[in-house]
Each structure stands twice: as C-alpha cells, then as structure tokens.
Design a protein around this ligand. Structure first.
Ligand code: TMP
Length: 210
C-alpha cells in the first residue's frame, strides 16, 4: 500500500506550548506530504472557519482580560465543534489526510492543567461537545520556556501574556497528558527547524508503518 493510501482519512495533530514552532512545522509537514503525493487538509484550532476565526479573535484579544476560565474553555470548545462540523468531518469523509495545528490536547494542557479545571473534566466536556475527540496521532513539540519565548517575535496575545508560572504548567500538562495515551507522542523541539521536521516525519512513518 502506498503512503498516500495509508494516510487516507488520517487525523494528525501537532501541538505544544506557545513558541514550540508547531505552526512552522505544520507548514513544513504539509509541504513534505505534498512531495509524497498527499494533499493534506490543514487547519488551525481555534480558527479555520468564519465563526472560529471570530471566536479566536475574542480569545486572543488582550483587551478581554476579564475572561473567566470557564468562558475561555467553552469558547475553545465552540470553535472546535464548528471546525469539526464545517471542515474536518467533510475532509475525512473525502478520505483526505487532515493536519491540525492544535486540538483538544491544548485544552487539556492550558485550561485543564494550567488553568486548574483538571484534564479529566476537560475530556468529559469534550465528549459532550464533539463528535470525535481524539485524533489518530498527536505529536507534542516539547520546548523549554526560555527557548519558546525567544521564538515569539510579535506582541504577545492574551494567552501568551499569562504568567510564566502558567506557561510552565502548560508544558507539564502536555507531558502528563502524553503519559495517559499511546496516541500522543512527545518530541524534543528545541533543535533547529530541519532537525525537528525530520523527527516529525520519522515519527509519522513509524507510527503508521509507512
Ligand atoms: P496559536 O497561537 O498556537 O494558534 O494558539 C492560540 C492560543 O490559544 C495559544 O496561546 C494556545 C491557546 N489555546 C488554549 O489555551 N486552549 C486551546 O484549546 C487551544 C486550541 C489553544
């Protein structure tokens, strides 16, 4: 079976702390997959639908500093429910390989672990909010706080402005979540872009027996 055949209807997520380089890596991975004859559907969460992009603006606007933890959680989940219905479910039905920049793993690490709502509660709420909660494979790009900060070149948004202690917990949250599930794999993302890219490709090849 060809690689294109094996990655049909596969749902793959790149996730990790702010500054882990996952958006750059998602773009590099999409380019690589194209060289393999696969044209992936690439989306970002929150976002990638008209409604989701509006919700994203509300979530990241630093003026919305009164936003409560539960409001934050429900807005991320709402954007995701729309993304599933409008973009992901149809793409998977068309047998496309779907590549996501963040997903539920982020809600577990940010609102669940760092925000204090608890990972178990987040998963429970996700089960009630989404048709499908876990991707086929989630790759967490792990990076230390100092390296992560140097990679964010623009003005910090509302989430990035949260205290260093919060972001430290986000990193731990991702690592704890990965302990719970075999379909979540952690990679060291502190190296240069090409090295991390090769590691991501190697991980996908191994995981899906390509
Ligand atoms: P991005 O800049 O990587 O697109 O992500 C937007 C921000 O939202 C980032 O700081 C991580 C945060 N986030 C959560 O707090 N919970 C979530 O469920 C998701 C998807 C993102």
């Amino acid at each position: 079976m060809s690689i294109a055949e094996k990655l049909k209807s596969r749902f793959i997520v790149l996730d990790g702390p702010d500054g882990s380089g996952k958006s750059t890596q998602a773009a590099m991975l999409a380019e690589y997959l194209k060289t393999q004859g696969i044209s992936p559907a690439v989306f970002r969460d929150p976002g990638s639908t008209a409604i989701g992009e509006k919700i994203r603006d509300v979530l990241l606007d630093s003026k919305n500093n009164l936003m409560g933890d539960r409001t934050e959680l429900l807005l991320y989940m709402a954007s995701r429910a729309q993304l599933w219905q409008e973009r992901i479910a149809p793409a998977l039905k068309e047998k496309k390989c779907v590549l996501l920049d963040r997903w539920l793993s982020s809600t577990c690490a940010y609102q669940g672990f760092a925000g204090g709502l608890g990972i178990a509660k987040i998963i429970d709420i996700a089960k009630h909010s989404l048709e499908r909660i876990w991707p086929d494979l989630t790759i967490i790009l792990d990076v230390d706080l100092r390296t992560a900060k140097t990679r964010i070149k623009r003005k910090f948004d509302r989430m990035e402005q949260k205290a260093a202690g919060y972001h430290k917990k986000v990193r731990t949250g991702f690592l704890e979540l990965a302990e719970l599930r075999d379909d979540i794999i952690v990679l060291d993302a502190s190296a240069d872009q090409q090295t991390v890219h090769k590691e991501i490709v190697r991980t996908i090849e191994k995981y899906f027996n390509l």
